[in-house]
Design a protein around this ligand. Structure first.
Ligand code: NDP
Length: 334
């Protein structure tokens, strides 16, 4: 049985990836951070919490990373742990550098000490392209990061390439464009929209307040991206791959489509300066043709269907909550 270790298994992608790998017959281990209250709702939601082995580890602490390796003895490591929210990275630039940037090097370094044969996946980000002007980005597009998050991810991206070339590690960068789902954290704009729109439609909220609604992103459906993440480690030679849909849509389009699906007026949408970031990326759209050619990966879910999946699930969750049912997921805390 192949043994996989997922850092950040409690996050959106970690949970979907664990679910996917279990179906493939993997033994799945995942790291979680010790916190005063646990964050396993996604693992319960996917009904996999009792099928995986959870190991406490923090990417700020090399010793805990090494212990996770000893306990899991993995053949593949999917490094997803990160301070992943761009907005928060402006408030916590040093922390973001430490977790998202240096954290990756801590993992890479411990791999060198533990077993150089482990395959390593780094979740790099389309945000690394930042303010670069070309309309569609691929693996050869220059990077121009525009946030502490993007700069930290770019640092980790280059370190991953360096460890591949200098130490002959099987190390892969996935350059992931935005991917969303009902398991997205509530601070991310797509989930903020689907959750608030659901509440408005049920009469428990009245407004959806956003920031820069003209920002455009390439939004895919997360469960399809974790398959691409897995495929990236199954080919003979390690490489870097863009995963995207090749379409971009604005936050305004997302919010308006969500209102349409929930059958509420677009007049509920407002903007506030307090939600603006110090600096924002206008448009990100990705060309996934290399991943299609080399890995046989392509996205399936279209934009309108993605919005529908998210809005309908948030409405369903709130309806259940209003009936007084206990829910493991986070809608109840919003
Ligand atoms: P999430 O924010 O949902 O998950 C991040 C995970 O990292 C959580 O499990 C979190 O744990 C964990 N984590 C945070 N800090 C630490 C730490 N110090 N030590 C150990 N674990 C930590 O992100 P996603 O699942 O959406 O994304 C997965 C990866 O892919 C991230 O690296 C992200 O930056 C990257 N990515 C995601 C994209 C997307 O659109 N989703 C696009 C491009 C890249 P906890 O639950 O305790 O907070």
């Amino acid at each position: 049985m192949t043994r996989a270790l997922i850092t950040g298994i409690t996050g959106q992608d970690g949970a979907y990836l664990a679910h996917f790998l279990l179906k493939k017959g993997y033994t799945v281990f995942g790291t979680f951070r010790r916190q005063s209250s646990s964050n396993f709702w996604r693992l319960y939601y996917l009904k996999i919490a009792n099928k995986i082995k959870l190991i406490p580890a923090d990417v700020l602490d090399s010793t805990s990373i090494y212990h996770a390796f000893e306990e899991s003895n993995p053949t593949e490591i999917y490094h997803l742990a990160a301070q992943s929210f761009v907005g928060a990275s402006f408030d916590q630039p040093l922390y973001t550098s430490d977790v998202t940037g240096f954290g990756t090097v801590r993992v890479l370094d411990e791999i060198l000490k533990f077993n150089k044969k482990i395959k390593f996946y780094q979740a790099s980000s389309s945000e690394m392209f930042g303010s670069e002007k070309s309309s569609i980005k691929n693996e050869s597009t220059p990077f121009m990061p525009s946030s502490p998050y993007a700069i930290s991810k770019l640092y980790a991206y280059w370190q991953t390439k360096l460890y591949r070339e200098a130490y002959d590690l099987y190390a892969v960068n996935g350059i992931l464009f935005n991917h969303e789902s009902p398991l997205r954290g509530l601070e991310f704009v797509t989930r903020k929209i689907s959750n608030e729109v659901a509440k408005i439609s049920l009469g428990i909220s009245t407004k959806l307040e956003l920031g820069n609604i003209s920002a455009k992103r390439d939004w895919g459906y997360a469960p399809e991206y974790v398959e691409g993440i897995w495929k990236s480690l199954q080919v003979k030679n390690p490489d870097d791959y863009v995963m995207a849909t090749n379409e971009s849509h604005s936050v305004k389009e997302f919010a308006e489509k969500a209102c349409e699906i929930a059958n509420i007026s677009k007049k509920h949408i407002s903007t506030s300066k307090k939600n603006l970031r110090p600096f924002d990326v206008n448009n990100l759209q990705g060309d996934y043709s290399k991943a299609k050619r080399k890995l046989g990966w392509k996205p399936k879910t279209k934009f309108n269907d993605l919005v529908k999946i998210m809005v309908q699930e948030d409405i369903h969750r709130w309806e259940q909550r209003l009936k007084g049912e206990y829910l493991p997921w986070d809608a109840g805390t919003a």
